[in-house]
Design a protein around this ligand. Structure first.
Ligand SMILES: O=P(O)(O)OC[C@H]1O[C@@H](O)[C@H](O)[C@@H](O)[C@@H]1O
Length: 314
């Protein structure tokens, strides 16, 4: 089964957890675990890993994998009565062999469709019936696309409400050499200050301490510039108005069991999300949330790059 040319391959990952490997013809690849519907790897054409996964990540039932792209559903963080970040990230998803068609053409060769439905146990925790379809696709240039389609399948006529995030951990060379552009001057809720609302200053965001902020109603494009790696990540998102920026820094890193003490230096979470205005679906209604990630070489040195060009370029 392990031919370089197979665009989609089912394989065993850590602890024999099942994973799907996507390969694009020019050499980029991605890996998706059925555990959590969780993308754990995204590599460019040169085989360089673009996502951060902790060396201490636990691949255990009922436990989210530390790194990659956990899916937060039906609750972001502790914004509600459910477990932190909801349960979708630690449930076992299935391969969706016959997903409903997409109106737009998103069918690159290297893609996989997964589905999550609630178990009887899940319904005791969150008393709703739904179908959560996730498509993970690698574009021809190595872009990574995730599309979520969540449908209310309640038969009791009841709507449900949820919050959501793609909790993406980007791999960065050194957090103190990184800046985020596209969130300047926006309002945010600061998770480190009782979710109080503040307004960001005019400058690009840089990192010198713990950060845990929910930026509200952001542009659809956000850029992460890694000065040392000379790489820029561009996040494009649809249906996901908010963006969380998280780095635990040194003290909190030590308190997270499945995270190395110094690993905060090499990761940054920028999470396309719908948090401030929760999504409500009536029975039969469907919501979509899309995130597309690309990594481009940047010849950035201080003051040289025009942020507008990064954000406005296609
Ligand atoms: O440790 P967890 O549950 O994966 O969460 C990690 C972080 O995830 C971020 O999205 C939250 O804003 C943080 O508050 C949280 O600490």
């Amino acid at each position: 089964m392990s031919s370089e040319r197979v665009p989609v391959e089912l394989s065993k990952g850590v602890n024999s957890f099942e994973k799907i490997i996507l390969r694009e013809i020019r050499g980029s690849s991605a890996e998706v675990y059925l555990h959590g519907g969780h993308v754990t790897s995204w590599k460019n054409e040169n085989g360089e890993e673009l996502l951060f996964v902790s060396s201490k990540a636990l691949f255990k039932p009922q436990k989210a994998i530390r790194g990659g792209i956990p899916i937060c559903f039906p609750q972001f963080s502790n914004h509600g009565p459910l477990e932190q970040h909801g349960f979708a990230r630690n449930r076992i998803w299935s391969i969706d062999t016959d997903p409903p068609a997409f109106p737009t053409n998103s069918s690159s060769k290297a893609h996989i469709d997964l589905i999550l439905r609630p178990s009887e146990e899940d319904i005791k925790i969150w008393p709703h019936s739904y179908e959560f379809r996730l498509r993970v696709a690698l574009g021809p240039g190595g872009d990574l696309m995730l599309i979520s389609r969540i449908r209310n399948t309640n038969t009791d006529g009841k709507p449900f409400t949820f919050t959501f995030a793609y909790h993406t951990y980007f791999s960065v060379s050194d957090i103190s050499e990184v800046r985020v552009e596209g969130l300047e001057t926006l309002d945010y809720l600061d998770n480190l200050q009782n979710k109080e609302r503040f307004t960001e200053q005019g400058d690009a965001i840089t990192f010198e301490t713990e950060v845990d902020k929910i930026y509200l109603s952001t542009p659809t494009k956000i850029a992460i510039l890694d000065h040392e790696k000379k790489r820029t990540f561009v996040i494009r998102k649809d249906g996901l108005p908010d963006a969380v920026v998280w780095n635990p820094w040194d003290k909190k890193a030590k308190a997270i069991v499945d995270f190395g003490d110094d690993e905060y230096k090499h990761m940054l979470c920028v999470e396309a999300a719908a948090i401030e205005k929760p999504i409500t679906l009536k029975p039969g209604e469907e919501w979509r949330g899309r995130q597309e990630l690309s990594a481009v070489a940047s010849s950035y040195c201080s003051g040289q790059l025009d942020p507008q060009r990064v954000l406005q370029g296609s």
